[in-house]
Write a protein that binds this ligand. Structure first.
Ligand code: GLC
Length: 418
């Protein structure tokens, strides 16, 4: 199934093993350094200078890495998320544990955000379980997981079409991605500050419908985002494994039925056969949001492409005119008018997309291609340190310092290489 046989771009053998060992040590040190405890809750801040609180999908990334060297911390980090679960099952995307004003915006509720983020929680719990075989941990976290995924399936899909909607771009984890420009009515050259102001306006609008997902989606912003569905499907499958371990037949049934329904709906409504890719879609009428972003590659993570479709999409991934750069994967194609190499989610390289793509490539057997992603990630971290995002054309690091997502590179290795 492998299609790209070009030589990997970094030195191999002993050198790469040594390089990865040193990055592992740095990543683990960083996670320890960014660890905080508030009111008995342990969590890791994504970056002390920029993001000094807890974020949902960031904590899942942390737990996936922590599972390998400090699984007790991984468990505590996931329980900290669960401790702020809403009555309806939603888990907020930010938990403001400590007071402070640094990058602290009002996302709808005091103390936390009223939005969520890509639901990687079951996957993170499963990785933690795999490292510990601690079924008691799974049993304790499981009711929170089940309520969270039930919330997404039951409240975020008002038409019962089996696609889960987001009510703000921040719920995608890709705050200013141009995938949402059309729905937000913003121009391709919008600044980051103006974009944030626009998203906060949307929060104000959502306040008027009390963050009731159905009302808010119908009135203000309703996107069926491709990476969100891909993460959801994989996590519903994982929820099924968890339910089976703790012998909850109803939960297993819920997970298996819904992972199948969402998979079929994504194929039916978001796949463009001619282009060979999935597009996110807006509103009642499923208007395709045709901006070429790394969202094309996210479905590899959960097996949404057939092998021939995957082969075609991997060719797109390594096309230097669009997505592949000397420093890894542009989050937006270079051909888009909105593409900005230093534009945050408007083209820059980020480590989380690299990790999702790495996992997807491995899943389909594209081992050499996966190594190219891993090597590009390692090279950026070595050259620029653990920065938030990177310029695909120059490799320059931008944004937060001591940003934890680089630690995901420690999970981009085959087990026997670590
Ligand atoms: C930025 C990212 C978001 C992340 C947060 C904390 O807002 O876009 O995905 O969760 O920072 O790292």
């Amino acid at each position: 199934m492998r299609i790209h046989r070009a030589a990997p771009e970094a030195p191999r053998g002993g050198v790469i093993v040594k390089k990865m060992r040193s990055l592992r040590a740095r990543a683990f040190d960083l996670l320890k350094k960014n660890r905080r405890t508030t009111d008995g809750h342990l969590y890791t801040v994504p970056s002390p200078d920029t993001y000094p609180y807890q974020w949902l999908w960031d904590s899942c990334f942390h737990a996936i890495v922590l599972a390998k060297f400090d699984p007790e911390a991984a468990k505590a980090e996931l329980f900290a998320l669960a401790s702020r679960q809403f009555d309806d099952g939603m888990i907020p995307h930010i938990l403001y544990w400590s007071p402070g004003t640094l990058h602290r915006y009002d996302w709808g509720t005091p103390g936390t955000s009223a939005l969520t983020q890509p639901p990687l929680l079951a996957y993170a719990a499963w990785e933690t379980y795999k490292a510990t075989a601690d079924a008691a941990f799974l049993r304790e976290l499981y009711p929170h997981l089940l309520r969270f995924y039930r919330y997404l399936i039951e409240k975020r899909d008002p038409r019962d079409h089996h696609l889960v909607g987001i009510i703000n771009p921040d719920e995608s984890g890709e705050d200013n991605s141009p995938r949402f420009d059309d729905v937000l009515h913003v121009p391709a050259d919008i600044t980051l500050a103006d974009h944030l102001a626009r998203r906060l306006e949307l929060v104000d609008a959502n306040r008027t419908c009390h963050f009731d997902a159905e009302l808010c989606m119908k009135r203000h912003f309703w996107v069926k985002d491709v990476p969100f569905q891909a993460v959801l499907i994989e996590n519903l499958r994982t929820l099924g494994h968890i339910a089976s371990v703790i012998e909850d037949a109803d939960g297993e049934h819920f997970a298996s039925v819904n992972s199948g329904l969402v998979t079929d709906a994504v194929r039916e409504r978001l796949f463009d056969r001619d282009a060979g890719v999935f597009w996110s879609a807006a509103g009642n009428e499923y208007r395709p949001l045709k901006v070429a972003t790394w969202a094309h590659f996210a479905p590899l993570f959960t097996d949404l492409y057939s092998p021939p479709e995957a082969k075609r999409v991997v060719e797109m991934l390594f096309d230097e005119r669009t997505f592949w750069s000397p420093y890894g994967v542009r989050t937006v194609s270079k051909q888009e008018t909105s593409y900005r190499p230093d534009g945050y989610w408007r083209g820059s390289v980020w480590m989380a997309p690299h990790w999702f793509i790495y996992k997807g490539l491995m899943r389909y057997g594209f081992m050499n291609e996966a190594q190219r992603i891993r090597d590009a990630s390692a090279r950026l971290l070595e050259q620029e340190g653990f920065r938030e995002y990177f310029d695909p054309e120059t490799g320059r690091g931008y944004g937060a310092h001591d940003f934890t997502w680089g630690a995901l590179v420690t999970d981009m290795v085959e087990d026997d290489q670590t």
